[in-house]
Design a protein around this ligand. Structure first.
Ligand code: FUB
Ligand code: ZN
Length: 679
């Protein structure tokens, strides 16, 4: 056993030895990127001081911790709702571990050890770990089945729990150097590998993530069986004979679980969105490590499908409430949009991996869109109120919204808050990436990064006020003068591209270009795969300035999205905007944004922790008090960043606004499902 625990510092060496192939590009670890910005650092601090403690507190108060205690004692009754409730502890542990890597905290570290001790005691002698069965094996959770694994392909989540355990264990090991959680994970993974595989039991895991988790264990230990089992699980999809391919019901034809065909034949994103994107992330990992080009070709096609046909304008996916799933192509309704926060997080995981496979900026463009909009909209500014689903539109006259426009502290199914708890502290790891002589700047966040270019240490300092301001400054400090390529992402939005597909576009092209200066002189640069290539022998103190055009852009949708025809949305920099009741006389569903309307922007430090707002004078539709006259009047309209909505009470919110009124349908009561203004 001992020789499998490899010192963290040796992992890189082990990796190159044990692995034939891998991602050609790697992220600069978040531990090497120290942020000092005003946008992300406060969020990371709030995550550390509010979200993680609140999350652990909820794990305690709801009985999630008690489930482990009862499993250890083998007595009692599973006391929460879902068999995957164990994962809320794993995910919070993962987030806390990332946080510890950067902000040492002896009390937190000790608390993690007490939790890990409880987890260890709940593990069965052969490694099985699943409180929903272990507490009372004769009466397991209804979703679990009488025997281990028999309902894994449907809803038991035994392997889902395992996957989150592995992710948490690797994070904890890397943060603390302690092996207590990692040994639990490895014992479980050894059991999983002994049960599943060629000639053994086969299953397409009912909720993917075990694939990514196994890959992480492989990277830590070099044990090939973990990688092989991850690949085995991926290749199990589409093997079941009992699905009815002709049935449109996604549960009957297997598409809810991405199990209707072999992954190599899948071309469209289908089924449950979080499951799907965890699968695609796992496929990217396995393909990178095995060189499986067919697997890469499959996720390439699926990515084109998502970005070309299934993504909302603010980067969210998973439009359909029934099954929390992807809809048909262009099926992106605003009134019922589901958009689970976990699906946004999964989308970031997947796009980062696509970038590491291909080195193209379009993946980071999508990542950035999701990150700054549909992902952080999932967490309130207080760090302890959350959206599970992320609405596109809340209007008083629709009874049809998928959600109440109010954030909650927790949910019965609390996957999203705990997913945020683990995602946010790792954010600095998305800023830079590296490949040989190339350093990629993917995100624009102030702070200091330490990178190594072919063994030579280089410090990079970013100073900016992004996302409010497009003036970016970089100071390059190599220890000794060093030749390398600094590849700065030119965001698609700075280059007249609303999204890397034809799904959305800017209404008008801009003539403003990104300007780059080196040491004060305008630099000529070539663009390769979306990156400005700055190649020189860098000397201490070299300064790069990048000036991104931060115009206010109007976005229009492809006519294939029926719900967005004749409408516009507003964007500035990476941020999508919305109108919210609070800034607009109590409502926004009466606002028209004519093509000629023009906006100004201003930074308001006192609003919503500091945001740039957009303002315009626009027509608003009024009904007279006696209810017999409909007229328009000019109104000052304010738009706020979409991520910041629903932090000031409950009311209307819209992202897409009509450019003109095409028809008016009258209604006499709030019960009608038709809007007042039909556009
Ligand atoms: O099934 C586990 C998690 O619960 C999923 O990822 C979420 O969509 C929620 O259904
Ligand atoms: Zn979730």
């Amino acid at each position: 056993m001992k020789k499998r625990f490899l010192p963290f510092l040796l992992l890189a060496a082990l990796g190159s030895h044990a692995q034939q192939t891998d991602y050609s590009i790697t992220g600069v670890p978040f531990t090497q990127v120290k942020l000092n910005d005003h946008f992300w650092l406060p969020r990371i601090q709030t995550n550390r001081t509010v979200t993680i403690p609140a999350s652990f507190q909820r794990c305690e108060s709801t009985g999630r911790v008690k489930n482990f205690e009862m499993a250890a004692a083998k007595s009692g009754k599973f006391c929460t709702t879902f068999p995957f409730d164990d994962t809320d502890i794993y995910k919070t542990l993962e987030g806390a571990s990332y946080s510890l890597s950067v902000f040492p905290d002896a009390t937190l570290s000790k608390y993690l050890d007490t939790l890990i001790d409880k987890i260890a005691k709940a593990q069965e002698p052969d490694g099985y770990l699943y409180t929903a069965r272990t507490i009372d094996p004769a009466h397991p959770h209804a979703w679990a089945g009488q025997e281990r694994w028999v309902k894994e392909a449907e809803l038991s989540h035994e392997l889902y729990n395992a996957g989150h355990l592995y992710e948490a264990a690797v994070a904890h090991y890397q943060a603390t150097g302690k092996k207590n959680l990692l040994s639990i994970a490895l014992k479980n993974a050894d059991l999983v590998c002994s049960v599943f595989g060629p000639g053994k039991r086969g299953v397409a895991p009912g909720h993917e993530i075990v694939e990514m988790g196994l890959v992480k264990l492989y990277r830590v230990t070099g044990e090939k069986k973990y990688l092989e089992t991850a690949k085995f699980f991926i290749e199990q999809r589409g093997q079941r004979k009992d699905y009815d391919a002709k049935n449109k019901n996604p549960w009957k034809n297997g598409s809810y679980w991405q199990d209707d065909k072999s992954v190599y034949d899948q071309t469209e994103a289908e089924g449950h969105a979080v499951r799907a994107e965890y699968l695609y992330s796992g496929m990217a990992d396995v393909a990178a490590l095995t060189g499986d080009q067919k697997m890469i070709a499959a996720i390439d096609k699926i990515w084109d499908n998502v970005v070309g046909k299934k993504m909302y304008v603010q980067g969210s996916v998973g439009a359909i409430p029934d099954g929390e799933r992807f809809g048909d192509n262009y099926d992106l309704p605003n009134t019922t949009a589901y958009n689970e926060t976990c699906a946004a997080i999964a989308g970031v995981y997947w796009n980062e991996r696509m970038f590491m496979l291909h080195g193209e900026s379009k993946y980071i463009d999508v990542l950035e869109k999701t990150l700054y909009n549909g992902l952080i909209s999932g967490i309130g500014l207080d760090g302890k109120s959350f959206f599970y689903t992320n609405a596109m539109q809340i209007t008083n006259n629709f009874s049809h919204t998928a959600m109440e426009p109010v954030r909650s502290g927790w949910f019965d199914c609390s996957c999203c808050p705990t997913n945020l708890a683990r995602f946010i502290p790792a954010l600095p790891g998305y800023v830079y990436a590296q490949k040989g002589n190339d350093i990629y700047v993917n995100l624009f966040v102030s702070g200091d990064a330490s990178v190594n270019v072919n063994g030579k240490p280089v410090q990079i300092r970013q100073e900016n006020n992004y996302p409010w301001d497009g003036n970016l400054s970089f100071t390059i400090d190599p220890k000794k003068a060093t030749q390398f390529n600094l590849l700065v992402r030119i965001p698609g939005w700075a280059n007249n591209q609303a999204i890397p597909s034809s799904l959305y576009s800017f209404q008008n092209n801009s003539t403003q270009k990104t300007v780059i200066k080196i040491n004060g002189n305008v630099a000529e640069y070539t663009v390769d795969k979306g990156y400005a290539v700055l190649n020189r022998t860098w000397k201490k103190g070299d300064k790069v300035e990048v000036i991104l055009p931060m115009e206010i852009r109007k976005v229009v949708a492809s006519n294939n999205i029926k719900n967005d025809i004749n409408k516009v949305a507003l964007q500035r920099g990476p941020l999508m905007y919305c109108g919210e009741w609070k800034d607009n006389d109590g409502r926004v569903s009466n606002i028209i944004l004519p093509e000629a309307s023009s906006f100004t922007s201003e930074y308001n430090a006192a609003l919503l922790n500091g945001v740039t707002i957009l303002k315009a004078n626009v027509p608003a539709v009024d009904i007279s008090n006696d209810g017999v006259n409909v007229s328009t009047r000019a109104q000052s309209f304010t738009a706020i960043p979409y991520y910041a909505w629903a932090n000031r009470g409950k009311g209307e919110m819209m992202i897409w606004f009509p450019e003109k009124v095409k028809d008016v349908q009258l209604m006499a009561s709030d019960e009608a499902l038709t809007p007042v203004v039909n556009h």
